[in-house]
Design a protein around this ligand. Sequence first.
Ligand SMILES: NC(=O)c1ccc[n+]([C@@H]2O[C@H](COP(=O)([O-])OP(=O)(O)OC[C@H]3O[C@@H](n4cnc5c(N)ncnc54)[C@H](O)[C@@H]3O)[C@@H](O)[C@H]2O)c1
Length: 287
Amino acid sequence: MGRVEGKTVLITGAARGQGRAHAIRLAEEGADIIAVDLCEDIPTNSYPMARRADLDETVQQVEKLDRRIVALQADVRDRVGLRAAVEQGVTELGGTLHGVVAQAGICPLGTQDAQAFLDAVSVDFNGVVNAVDAALPYLADGGSVIATGSLAGLIAGATDNPSNGFGGLGYSFAKRSVASFVNDLAIVLAPRSIRVNAVHPTNCNTDMLNSEVMYRQFRPDLENPTREDALPAFPAMNAMPVPYVEPEDIAAMILFLVSDESKYVTGMQMRVDAGGYVKLRPQQPTF
Ligand SMILES: NC(=O)c1ccc[n+]([C@@H]2O[C@H](COP(=O)([O-])OP(=O)(O)OC[C@H]3O[C@@H](n4cnc5c(N)ncnc54)[C@H](O)[C@@H]3O)[C@@H](O)[C@H]2O)c1
């Protein structure tokens, strides 16, 4: 028996990166997957989004594990379109959802365009609310809702540093809002024994981190920093001596939270951050 055998899980942003890792890990442990991704660029976001070919690769990887997957192109900002996609996926896979991993995200750093602020909030926060909204009619009692936050979004002076522009401010606002949303939604869904938790990754080795805007955040002293330039600076986020975690490290937490092993774990801010948060000593006495 796999750890999530027989469960059906919706994952937004599943074409690549962490979303694909979650789809594969959950499928390895017996889940069927509804994989949603935009597969198009968002103009204020300077690095490219996934493409249909990426989503197709996720499909292949899950099918290799003999699990079922329905992959759909939809925009998490579009509540009506997302509802239709989720309805289609759930109908094809038996009518019930046991988990939601709302993790589609953008990080439109490096622009003073006000639209970047709104896009970050619309994808990274409204997109989470829309995913829960689309899933709720099908979500079984005892199910699991997981939303992806961010270590950088939670700590002051990281993505919200003025040098990152309005998109960075929007990213931090959205991720703080995700943390708060999860806290209160846990109260609302507890009577149905549905758990609601946030996962906050530190730097994770995906296209979002491996982008020019991120290299510039870590090496503001250079005009056109490369990955090699940024690599020695990445560990500054963490207490442990690592530059980043891998998508599979986050998937391990997602698997635990979707599985019944965490059936009484709710309202939690689960940081997979190599000690990046505690090293700021948030519990240090103030006297
Ligand atoms: N990579 C990091 O260092 C890091 C750190 C902390 C948090 N996160 C968060 O992890 C999540 C996953 O990001 P990732 O690291 O895998 O990066 P990624 O860019 O590889 O993956 C994000 C996915 O979301 C999709 N997406 C973006 N906007 C969408 C929309 N409007 N509708 C549907 N799909 C959309 C993209 O096409 C892409 O496939 C994000 O929420 C991100 O903020 C990432």
